[in-house]
Design a protein around this ligand. Structure first.
Ligand SMILES: *[C@@H]1O[C@H](CO)[C@@H](O)[C@H](O)[C@H]1NC(C)=O
Ligand SMILES: *[C@@H]1O[C@H](CO)[C@@H](O)[C@H](O)[C@H]1NC(C)=O
Ligand SMILES: *[C@@H]1O[C@H](CO)[C@@H](O)[C@H](O)[C@H]1NC(C)=O
Ligand SMILES: *[C@@H]1O[C@H](CO)[C@@H](O)[C@H](O)[C@H]1NC(C)=O
Ligand SMILES: *[C@@H]1O[C@H](CO)[C@@H](O)[C@H](O)[C@H]1NC(C)=O
Ligand SMILES: *[C@@H]1O[C@H](CO)[C@@H](O)[C@H](O)[C@H]1NC(C)=O
Ligand SMILES: *[C@@H]1O[C@H](CO)[C@@H](O)[C@H](O)[C@H]1NC(C)=O
Length: 436
């Protein structure tokens, strides 16, 4: 009798105690290492070390071009609005009592956080170490070493942190011998190089889901077939009415709780490992069809960036420019579009709604799986002695050489590189972006 009674009580406990609902335990590291977030996996994020590069003896690194994403930041306004919605939906959910309220105020939207300052600073230190020979004897001179950021606080602050990493201890200011640097920027709507998404045609067609049929064809079925059942499971388990549109927001919420508070026991704990991955893939699809190969217009969206890069290299080569390093701080969107224009990181398949889970797991070409906070895209320009003073270019993402389709090997002939870019060099941005 005693035994039966406790079985009965236990059964009651299972059906009514919400803490028995499927909650998942994760460590921050395991989520980060599974390539779920914009956070860089591995220990080298905050490392002051980097192996100096080696390159063929007869070559000399002459010019360095960097385009880096800013560091970790607060959520954007769209996320914050969704978190306000989730706050209402989860208001009476017992297990969420401690954390259902949105801790991210709108006044902080998009702002760099301390982690982001450190990421950019260590990237600067690593740049100095990795290109030790290049920097040797190069003193800061605003005509020779150019810093540029887009006109946002997060990129401006990241560029400043990066410059500290490069020139720390070599300037004249105070005990730390800081070096003041000039970081230029131009108004966002004119900045076709660092904020190309202000292109009106792009904004009105590619970024507008009602006009982007490539995106619609995948994201709506994915929403109905894959995301909706997750909303139904959570609704049933927690006795709530959860709009499927808010499910991916639980995933980004999870990410920001890890990023800002190192906590996985809040929103992350609601989703299973597979559901987390499925939610990430929701964004993979979204960005594939809006910033990458999923939309044909995007093949040209990096043309302003490459036009200025090519001009800067050619001007240096013909002796009319003294620029040695061009260090730019921009955005995940910008980097995705620049990779796409050059055909870098292209999968052999399209990111469709029915892509098998195994393939989703192994993706390393999407914004979530490659362009984490403070990712660096370098173009190294070499001049090699030989028959006719060959000029070579090499592309690297987070110091990993990226094969450029159409080139033989990782050191690409400069003429070939320009051929591959074709008429993107010198593109007429205003004409291309005019809409309608
Ligand atoms: C939460 O509970 C309060 C008080 O019982 C009720 O007024 C409110 O509608 C509930 N909210 C939700 C989202 O169920
Ligand atoms: C894009 O278009 C939307 C409305 O269609 C507008 O509100 C927004 O300001 C535009 N964004 C940019 C970056 O031009
Ligand atoms: C389901 O499909 C319809 C029609 O294609 C679409 O309007 C809706 O947004 C989809 N639902 C989700 C959750 O994506
Ligand atoms: C579920 O929520 C509704 C109101 O939102 C409430 O009337 C009902 O009692 C709840 N059911 C359980 C089992 O808690
Ligand atoms: C984050 O939490 C984990 C344990 O969950 C701990 O090992 C790690 O040191 C923490 N990291 C930071 C930056 O506090
Ligand atoms: C050097 O190259 C740049 C970029 O191609 C060009 O605009 C400029 O006219 C060239 N100058 C000379 C002196 O050849
Ligand atoms: C990907 O989609 C494009 C546009 O719909 C199509 O032309 C192409 O053949 C597809 N590629 C593959 C590998 O299915």
């Amino acid at each position: 009798m005693q035994f039966l009674y406790s079985v009965f009580v236990f059964a009651l406990f299972i059906s009514y105690n919400p803490t028995i609902c499927h909650r998942y335990n994760y460590t921050p590291e395991e989520l980060i290492n599974n390539h779920l977030f914009f956070l860089e996996p591995g220990k080298n994020v905050f490392s002051p070390y980097a192996e100096p590069i080696s390159y063929p003896d007869k070559c000399e690194l002459k010019q360095l071009h960097l385009n880096t994403r800013h560091g970790s930041r607060y959520p954007e306004w769209g996320d914050i609005l969704e978190y306000d919605e989730l706050e209402k939906v989860f208001a009476n959910v017992t297990i969420a009592k401690e954390w259902y309220k949105n801790p991210f105020p709108m006044s902080k939207q998009f702002q760099l956080i301390e982690r982001g300052e450190l990421e950019a600073y260590f990237d600067g230190i690593q740049c100095r170490k990795r290109y030790a020979k290049f920097w040797e004897g190069l003193k800061y001179d605003p005509e020779v070493i150019k810093f540029q950021s887009s006109a946002t606080s997060r990129t401006g602050m990241s560029a400043m942190a990066f410059s500290e990493g490069v020139f720390n201890g070599m300037g004249s200011l105070d005990t730390c011998k800081s070096q003041p640097v000039y970081i230029s920027s131009i108004p966002s709507e004119q900045d076709s190089v660092l904020q190309p998404y202000y292109c009106t045609r792009f904004n009105q067609t590619v970024m507008n889901i009602d006009k982007n049929q490539y995106l619609q064809e995948q994201i709506y079925p994915y929403g109905n077939q894959t995301i909706k059942p997750i909303a139904e499971r959570l609704s049933k388990e927690y006795n709530i009415t959860l709009d499927p549109k808010l499910v991916p927001a639980i995933f980004t919420y999870c990410q920001f709780w890890v990023t800002l508070y190192n906590r996985t026991d809040t929103w992350c704990s609601l989703l299973s490992p597979e559901e987390l991955l499925r939610c990430r893939y929701y964004y993979d699809i979204t960005y594939y069809y809006s910033l990458s190969y999923g939309h044909p217009f995007n093949k040209r969206m990096g043309c302003a960036y490459y036009t200025q890069l090519v001009n800067e290299v050619d001007s240096y080569l013909n002796g009319s420019s003294s620029v040695r390093a061009d260090l730019k701080d921009s955005h995940g969107f910008t980097l995705m579009l620049d990779l796409t224009s050059l055909g870098l990181l292209k999968e052999k398949f399209n990111l469709t709604a029915d892509l098998p889970l195994e393939k989703i797991k192994n993706l390393r070409s999407t914004i979530y799986t490659t362009i984490h906070w403070s990712t660096t895209l370098y173009f190294e320009i070499y001049v090699c002695s030989g028959d006719n003073n060959d000029v070579k270019v090499r592309a690297l993402l987070d110091f990993e050489p990226l094969p450029i389709p159409g080139c033989d090997g990782e050191y690409c002939d400069w003429k070939k590189f320009k051929e591959i870019l074709g008429d993107q060099i010198g593109c007429d941005w205003d004409e291309m972006c005019a809409y309608p």
